[in-house]
Design a protein around this ligand. Structure first.
Ligand SMILES: *Cc1c(COP(=O)(O)O)cnc(C)c1O
Length: 380
């Protein structure tokens, strides 16, 4: 796609993010229509990418917003999401963030501890409001993904563990300004093994039984996000298999009459539509390899440095025979490397290089380390 627009791209100051809005629209259409088959509701996880043009596509297909900070709640509302379509999760919501979300009357706080419930009750009481809450439960399900993006094991900081639930219900009896409306789960990210979600359904069903046995009706089940994408061969799987994903929940999740099912997808919706485009500054011969030194680095895309994650790298300019390169950035850190032993067409100074599948957790994690400028975003 980008190769056809090389003339146009060459006019841009590098590095920059390029977003393919057509692909985004097709992806969202697919997700919305597969979720719609079962009347499932999707809240887009803003933390994956919070750029306004992307948020407006999310709104257009009718998705709500899943936020993990007060500023994300603010960003969602400023971008036109209705407060009743906003949910707010996170283990460490500050008083300022909670107060702001209470003032906005958001749909639901996904609460992660007893202590948070007590504070939320106190702040809601001070405003004469009732906070709608879903308990984020840690289901102890292994997501089989990188350990930094695994969130549903008992050793993780997230959610309320099963053995604490009895105590939480006793506590809720003493908190008049909290209204329990659902249960929430989010077990990790970049999950490519769908059987993990089947295990999640089994656990959610068990938890639901536990609540039903205590005469508690839950208006909604929120099963979080985490669906992975294909970083290795993006062009073969530009749109994730939403049919299989939502179909699996339809098959294995026990939904009670009148109950809503909520999802919080981030990566699966936006990863493939974004590419980081960079220019080659220098070629340098190493002992065992050549280095292709780019003008983009971990300040623009930190995933390889942070999670050893793979991104497909393409030379958009050259079609010469292939040579092996370590593709690195300009930052003063050895972890500032986009890929080792990457086969690329013979690469020269000035060539444009595409780092694919960078639409999720790319631009939002950019930093100013080394006092770098922020990369621009363009929409194609
Ligand atoms: C990050 C996050 C998501 C989205 O995860 P993806 O892997 O991007 O789908 C959903 N819910 C919560 C609570 C999160 O923290």
């Amino acid at each position: 796609m980008l190769k056809n627009r090389i003339q146009e791209l060459q006019q841009q100051v590098t590095p920059f993010y390029a977003y393919d809005l057509n692909l985004l629209r097709q992806t969202l259409q697919s997700a919305a229509s597969e979720a719609g088959k079962y009347n499932f509701h999707v809240h887009y996880a803003l933390k994956a990418n919070a750029n306004s043009p992307i948020l407006s596509e999310m709104k257009n297909v009718g998705f709500g917003a899943d936020c993990v900070s007060g500023n994300e709640v603010k960003c969602a509302i400023e971008n036109g999401f209705k407060p009743q379509d906003v949910v707010f999760a996170g283990v460490g919501k500050s008083d300022t963030e909670i107060n702001y979300a209470l003032d906005q009357d958001i749909f639901c706080f996904n609460c992660e501890s007893s202590h948070e419930l007590e504070v939320l009750n106190e702040l809601a009481t001070a405003k004469g409001k009732t906070a709608r809450v879903a308990l984020r439960i840690n289901p102890n399900v292994n997501a089989n993904t990188h350990k930094y993006i695994t969130t549903g094991l008992e050793e993780n900081k997230f959610g309320i563990n099963a053995w604490e639930l009895e105590g939480v219900l006793d506590l809720l009896d003493t908190l008049p300004n909290i209204s329990l409306i659902g249960i929430h789960f989010h077990i990790g990210s970049q999950i490519t093994d769908l059987s993990v979600f089947k295990n999640l359904c089994t656990r959610v069903n068990e938890f639901q039984e536990w609540f039903v046995a205590r005469n508690i009706t839950l208006e909604h089940l929120n099963v979080g996000g985490g669906l992975g994408v294909d970083y290795y061969t993006p062009d073969e799987n530009l749109i994730p298999d939403f049919e299989a994903y939502f179909g699996l929940f339809n098959q294995f999740l026990e939904v009670r009459p009148g109950q809503q099912v909520h999802f919080e997808l981030g990566r699966a919706l936006v990863a493939q539509c974004g590419t980081l485009v960079s220019k080659v500054l220098y070629i340098k011969k190493g002992i065992t390899t050549n280095f292709a030194i780019l003008d983009a680095g971990m300040t623009e895309l930190i995933r390889p440095a942070l999670y050893q994650s793979y991104h497909k790298i393409e030379n958009l300019t050259s079609d010469k025979p292939e040579v092996r390169y370590d593709v690195v950035g300009p930052i003063c850190e050895s972890s500032d490397c986009f890929g080792k032993a990457v086969m690329l067409p013979e690469t020269n100074r000035g060539d444009l290089v595409a780092i694919r599948t960078a639409g999720a957790y790319g631009e939002v994690m950019a930093s100013a380390y080394n006092l770098r400028d922020k990369a621009a975003a363009i929409y194609l």
